[in-house]
Design a protein around this ligand. Structure first.
Ligand SMILES: NC(=O)c1ccc[n+]([C@@H]2O[C@H](COP(=O)([O-])OP(=O)(O)OC[C@H]3O[C@@H](n4cnc5c(N)ncnc54)[C@H](OP(=O)(O)O)[C@@H]3O)[C@@H](O)[C@H]2O)c1
Length: 249
């Protein structure tokens, strides 16, 4: 059976780059996300084959249908799950409405919890597996006005380590990547015209000891390292900061 990876939020940014990285390394990719057209564009770049599993993570019947389709395949053996789908909100303590907090909770935490819950018994049955959760440096060191996002990303780190303890005896490894500022559409600056984007990037330069923000490919390579069961066979419960050193400042 061909090895496969499931990636949530694969239609854009870090998830798209991760799908391409696993594809380069012989994995069939199951691409999850809402935007079918963008998922199709990513699928064309996945060298080892891809299947599009479009659904909204917060639509439970649709999510469960997609997960059942993947879990019942006899063509591929899913070895890796990458919980990457996410949204980013900026708000103050006063403007952080219930709606903002609940959406952050549903997409950035519960979406991943639900997918991992579906895969745990599958991995147990198949002798093991690997889960990579995409958190953030903000999950370790928050900034002002990101309360809901940072709290969900902190919860993701703690949850990763709890699952790593639980999964160890079943050869299920669970790790976390904590990216710093990466050039993806999750940020407003990504879609600015070139000169304005240049200005925004200039302002962010000094935040990182390495003097620049990251690319989706740089995060994808770390996700691939932690996901692949040969490359990181003795690593579980790890939180890998891939952030140009921003967490040191
Ligand atoms: N970029 C950064 O600086 C940075 C830093 C730290 C952590 N991260 C984390 O990295 C992950 C990927 O973000 P990105 O930067 O690559 O942003 P992005 O380009 O905006 O990608 C976000 C992905 O999440 C999916 N998504 C969002 N809401 C969804 C929903 N309700 N149902 C299903 N899929 C949904 C989007 O797919 P559709 O639009 O097709 O639904 C998209 O594929 C996120 O967890 C983010 O928090 C990013």
């Amino acid at each position: 059976m061909k090895k496969a990876v499931v990636i949530t939020g694969a239609s854009s940014g870090i998830g798209a780059a991760t799908a391409i990285e696993f594809g380069k390394n012989g994995y069939f990719t199951y691409l999850m996300g809402r935007n079918k057209e963008r998922l199709q564009g990513v699928a064309l770049k996945c060298r080892s084959g891809a299947s599009i599993m479009s659904c909204d993570m917060t639509d439970l019947p649709a999510l469960n249908k997609r997960l059942n389709e993947i879990l019942s395949t006899s063509i591929h053996r899913v070895e890796v799950l990458v919980n990457n789908a996410g949204i980013f909100d900026v708000h103050t303590t006063e403007t952080g409405t219930d709606e903002i907090w609940q959406k952050e909770f549903e997409v950035n935490l519960m979406g991943s919890v639900r997918v991992a819950r579906a895969f745990f018994p599958y991995f147990k049955q198949h002798g093991g597996g690997s889960i990579v959760n995409v958190s953030s440096t903000l999950g370790m060191k928050p900034s002002a006005n990101t309360g809901a996002y940072s709290a969900m990303k902190a919860a993701m780190i703690n949850w990763t380590q709890s699952m790593a303890l639980e999964g160890g005896p079943f050869n299920i490894r669970v790790n976390c990547v904590a990216p710093g500022i990466v050039d993806t559409p999750i940020h407003g600056f990504h879609s600015l015209e070139e000169s304005k984007k240049g200005e925004a990037l200039e302002k962010m330069k000094d935040l990182q000891p390495l003097g620049r923000i990251g690319t989706p490919q740089e995060i994808a390579r770390s996700i691939y390292f932690l996901g692949d069961n040969e490359l990181s066979s003795w690593t579980t419960g790890a939180v890998l900061a891939v952030d140009g050193g921003i967490n040191l400042k």
